[in-house]
Design a protein around this ligand. Structure first.
Ligand SMILES: [Zn+2]
Ligand SMILES: [Zn+2]
Length: 249
């Protein structure tokens, strides 16, 4: 029941009022759309949503189905530290707007829709996870940005019925320079030793789902997975909003 005495009741009423006076807008480009929390047709067409068929391990999209255990060349040559990784969409010029808006733009109204997309992509992985752990920011960056976009996505997933979130068991103990223009080797060196598990008891024996917004070379999630496994995690799966696909360069 909607109670005006509670802050959430007032918020819902205010939200309903805004829906009446402001037409819903495309989450990416801002043109009017029919329903809240959606993309316009043009933006929807531009986004490359990823799914099967893909590498059973890292989720790299395949043109052809190689079967349930088919691996891409990179995973076959060198098994990643994580068990399975999946991404909602390809990180490219079209999805960058959504991802950067979440990271730097304080556009948190995107979050419920993005979390729903992540839940759909990660249904199988989430069903087998005991604990959701967001990739942490260093506290100085958290202070400057005011929120950790990975933690915001993890909490929104939990609200949709996902596994419980532990936002403090994995910490970033040193501030790493931006991964921006670095190549794969430099990125791995950049994050080596940057993460630590603060509460080993929280992850020991657990199936952990690591959450982040963007994955490029995978150096960050691999380093987090390595540290979590060393602390005793039974498995580490990864779910991100967007990933580069190697042919992107
Ligand atoms: Zn649009
Ligand atoms: Zn792979």
């Amino acid at each position: 029941m909607l109670s005006l005495a509670s802050p959430s009741g007032l918020r819902r009423l205010w939200g309903g009022f805004l829906d009446l006076v402001l037409p819903p807008r495309c989450l990416s480009c801002g043109v009017p759309v029919a329903a809240l929390g959606t993309l316009c047709v043009a933006c929807w067409r531009e986004i490359t949503f990823l799914g099967a068929p893909c590498c059973a391990c890292c989720g790299y999209p395949f043109d052809f189905d190689l079967g349930a255990n088919g691996l891409c060349g990179a995973c076959a040559a060198h098994a990643p530290q994580f068990d399975r990784a999946r991404a909602v969409m390809r990180y490219d010029d079209s999805s960058r707007e959504l991802v950067l808006a979440l990271k730097h733009g304080d556009r948190l109204h995107l979050v419920p829709t993005l979390a729903q997309w992540m839940r759909r992509t990660g249904t199988e992985l989430l069903a087998e996870a005991d604990l959701v752990v967001p990739v942490p920011l260093h506290w100085t960056r958290l202070f400057a940005r005011r929120y950790n976009q990975a933690a915001v996505l993890a909490l929104a997933l939990a609200k949709l019925g996902g596994p419980p979130v532990s936002a403090d068991c994995l910490i970033r103990r040193r501030r790493t320079p931006s991964q921006g223009r670095k190549n794969a080797l430099a990125r791995r060196r950049n994050v080596a030793g940057a993460f630590a598990v603060r509460r080993t008891s929280a992850v020991r024996g657990k199936r952990v789902m690591l959450i982040d917004d963007v994955r490029t070379t995978g150096a960050t999630v691999e380093e987090c997975a390595r540290v979590l496994k060393r602390a005793g995690a039974a498995r580490v799966d990864v779910l991100v909003l967007a990933r580069t696909v190697r042919s992107d360069g």
